[in-house]
Ligand binder design. Structure first.
Ligand code: XLS
Ligand code: CA
Ligand code: CA
Length: 436
């Protein structure tokens, strides 16, 4: 197998046995009026790809991403940034995403960390220009440090709220400087481990206040991008307030954030919430909250967030179906919030993992297009609800009837039959579309 340095650019070569080629992702191929790269808008996740070294609860890292510069943190983070952009070039990835702590070393004080962060943002701006890449979104890591142990915006300590707000302010300033399309809020510690010590009402109101302040600051500074809440039900806390898409939409409405806030849906978080990936995307879409996607998959036998590269084509097909039905991405895209397995510990594995994930989404897109063009599923659903297109059904959906009229109408009914839902047939249509 070739070595990492020997691979200059991964290109489309359907049918090839070269592992370092795309078999299904042809970036410039036009499908439904748009090149694949614009349908899919792939992004590299800085934290998993550039920083994570395979540490788990039981063992130390299995990869070294210090580039021999561990003794000089600023030099090391500059090298990491250069590596990130070279990797994006090799993989033909146009976007990237990061947390503040991913791109710069932590200082001894908040102020020192901010200084390093600012320096690295300036360097990323240079690299973005040089390599022609864009920032899909950035975010603040308001969960890792011990001061966030009881939450950030929902901490019982107001000083922690203030530090979290300062980090978001710096993040929004960075988003503006780097021309980010979005800004993410993932509430890793915004929840609780026990209600015995928790004032839920105050915590939720504070979370709402935090989001409103962030939005107001960003808009006043001219940020035009989208804000995303990223639902996740648990891990690290026992319960996270942004439990799932429906809970997040309720939060957005309760605190008057509609229009500015959308959702960043992650496949593995859907699974943890007891939903399918498609369910979460559908909830987002039908509630006007479709925004961006963290592309990965979990392991159905494990109850935690494994952040694996996606290889399940059934899932990516239905994901891309929802994306196409939502009219495609605007500010959002597909961020690979995914890491290679701890045993896949070479730089070649990083390339192979991205290739697998990108090809799986490319196949998903191709099949989703076929599904829509085939029309059988959409027609079936349309037909299933045909009773709402005329007669009493039409009156119901148009709000032109009431319980009294429905009572009289129901009294005149004799035989009521609900047509078969045909689930097995529809599932076989999916297989037919995929496998011919
Ligand atoms: C963790 C989350 C996190 C967010 C960004 O489970 O997926 O990585 O995407 O903070
Ligand atoms: Ca995520
Ligand atoms: Ca995750």
């Amino acid at each position: 197998m070739k070595k990492y340095d020997e691979i200059k650019k991964v290109v489309y070569s359907h049918g090839s046995k070269d592992p370092f080629t795309f078999k299904y992702y042809d970036p410039d191929e036009v499908i439904m009026g748009k090149p694949m790269r614009e349908h899919l808008k792939f992004a590299l996740s800085y934290w998993h790809t550039i920083d994570a070294e395979g540490v788990d609860m039981f063992g130390s890292g299995t990869m070294d991403k210090s580039f021999g510069l561990a003794a000089d943190p600023l030099a090391m983070y500059r090298k990491k940034a250069e590596f990130a952009f070279e990797l994006m070039d090799k993989l033909q990835i146009d976007y990237y995403c990061f947390h503040d702590v991913d791109i710069a070393p932590e200082g001894r004080t908040v102020a020192e960390s901010m200084k390093y962060f600012g320096e690295m943002v300036d360097y990323l701006a240079v690299l973005q220009k040089k390599h022609g890449k864009k920032l899909l979104w950035n975010t603040a890591n308001n969960f890792g440090d011990k001061k966030f142990m009881a939450g950030a915006a929902t901490s019982p300590n107001a000083d922690v709220f203030a530090v979290a707000a300062a980090k978001v302010k710096a993040g929004i300033d960075a988003a503006l400087k780097l021309g980010a399309d979005g800004y993410v809020f993932w509430g890793g510690r915004e929840g609780y481990d026990t209600l015995l010590n928790t004032d839920m009402a105050l915590e939720l109101d504070n979370l709402g206040r935090f989001m409103r302040m962030s939005r107001d600051y960003a808009r006043s500074e001219g940020f035009k991008g989208a804000f995303y809440l990223e639902p996740k039900p648990k891990e690290p806390t026992k319960h996270q307030y942004d439990f799932d898409a429906a809970t997040c939409m309720n939060f957005i409405r309760t605190y008057g954030l509609e229009g500015d806030f959308k959702l960043n849906i992650e496949a593995n978080h859907a699974t943890l919430a007891g939903h399918t990936f498609q369910h979460e995307l559908r909830v987002a879409r039908v509630n006007g909250g479709f925004g961006s996607i963290d592309a990965n998959q979990g392991d159905y036998l494990l109850g935690w967030d494994t952040d694996q590269f996606p290889t399940n084509v059934y899932e990516t097909m239905m994901c891309m179906y929802e994306v196409l039905k939502a009219g495609g991405f605007t500010t959002g895209g597909l961020n690979f919030d995914a890491k290679t397995r701890r045993q896949s510990n070479t730089f070649e594995d990083i390339l192979l993992a991205y290739i697998a994930g990108m090809d799986t989404f490319a196949l998903g897109l191709r099949f989703a297009v076929k599904l829509i063009e085939d029309g059988r599923i959409d027609d079936f659903v349309k037909e299933r609800y045909a009773s709402y297109s005329s007669g009493i059904g039409k009156k119901i959906v148009e709000g032109r009837t009431d319980l009294k009229e429905l009572y009289d109408y129901a009294m005149g009914l004799e035989k009521i039959e609900v047509a078969s839902g045909r689930q097995e047939y529809l599932e076989s249509v999916i297989n037919e579309i995929m496998f011919g």
